[in-house]
Design a binder for this molecule. Structure first.
Ligand code: NAD
Length: 293
């Protein structure tokens, strides 16, 4: 298959590399020379412009920072939707606002293209290992066509319904992640402040009703688990600033639907304060440090 890939950063770089490894011809485009060079090293072809990247391709994939950049690429200054052959499949895996995701689907359909929103969970480790989870919104035919491509980059692919629903699932999931990470950190620090060993407390809570993903896979207290950011000075992993972006998108959806999200709002305030203290580039589990005396 001929694939164009936009956004070869921490996530997009290894995702595109896995497509190359699977034998596809992948033309990548990125504004960062370092990302482009890394992609060339894994056998990718680098295009000098977005227009050159999409010449003769069957599938376009984007993994970009935000909705405005996605909009500029497809319908704004680069206007790729106006250049693609009819029936080209466009997969946007960036985490972006619901409005842009839905609008891109409408604009794509007007041009005779197939478009799905397919944001991911699984982080950079999942991108490298090809074990991401894709949450897809869009019509069933486009989803079926995308499945074999997504299977190369991920281990799980879910169709959540109409256009935008992939982004909706992503926002609900990440808002809950922020809440249970903050709650887990708070509980562990409370125990530690009163003489409990966080390791012992974690072991017991894992078998009790407080068990959750943060305890199972991503313990925020240092040295309870190996190979997680908390045991490596909160480096790598999922940055506080990216969590803040996702919380902002989730709370915008809440506002737009007149829905109460008090826990999500509280979590945003906590992570915002972490960012303001200069911890924006640390892993989001560093919220534990806030509670430690
Ligand atoms: P990143 O900053 O590492 O990569 C983004 C890349 O896009 C950069 O290389 C940048 O140069 C490039 N770019 C920016 N504007 C461009 C343009 N107009 N054309 C081409 N390239 C352009 O970010 P990332 O961590 O790879 O995240 C990408 C997306 O994935 C974001 O939407 C993020 O929210 C989402 N995401 C990230 C993670 C994670 O753990 N990092 C997990 C899930 C989802």
């Amino acid at each position: 298959m001929n694939i164009a890939f936009f956004g070869l950063g921490n996530m997009g770089g290894p995702m595109a590399a896995n497509l190359v490894k699977a034998g596809h011809t992948v033309k990548g485009f990125d504004l960062s020379p370092a990302s482009v060079e890394a992609f060339r090293k894994v056998g990718g072809t680098v295009a000098d412009s977005p227009a050159l990247a999409v010449e003769g391709v069957d599938v376009v994939i984007s993994m970009l920072p935000n909705g405005q950049i996605v909009r500029d690429l497809y319908t704004g200054k680069d206007n790729l939707f106006g250049r693609l052959l009819p029936q080209t499949l466009v997969i946007d895996s960036s985490t972006i606002d619901l409005e842009t995701a839905r609008d891109m689907a409408v604009q794509a359909q007007r041009q005779g293209l197939q478009f799905i929103d397919a944001p991911v969970s699984g982080g950079t480790a999942g991108a490298v290992a090809g074990t991401l989870t894709f949450m897809v919104g869009g019509d069933s035919e486009a989803f079926a066509r995308a499945q074999p491509v997504l299977d190369i980059m991920g281990a799980n692919t879910f169709h959540a319904g109409a256009a935008g629903n992939g982004q909706l699932v992503k926002m609900c999931n990440n808002m809950l992640l922020a809440v249970h990470m903050a709650g887990t950190a708070e509980a562990l620090a409370l125990g530690a402040a009163n003489g409990l060993d966080p390791k012992v407390l974690s072991e017991i809570m894992l078998q009790s009703s407080g068990s959750n993903w943060s305890l199972q896979k991503y313990n925020p207290a240092p040295d309870v688990m190996p190979n997680v950011p908390s045991s490596n000075d909160y480096q790598g992993g999922f940055m506080v600033n990216l969590m803040l972006k996702d919380l902002g998108l989730a709370l915008d959806i809440a506002k737009g639907s007149d829905q109460q999200t008090p826990m999500g709002e509280r979590a945003r305030t906590l992570f915002q304060e972490q960012s303001e203290q200069g911890l924006g580039e640390k892993d989001f589990s560093c919220i534990y440090q806030r509670f430690v005396k």
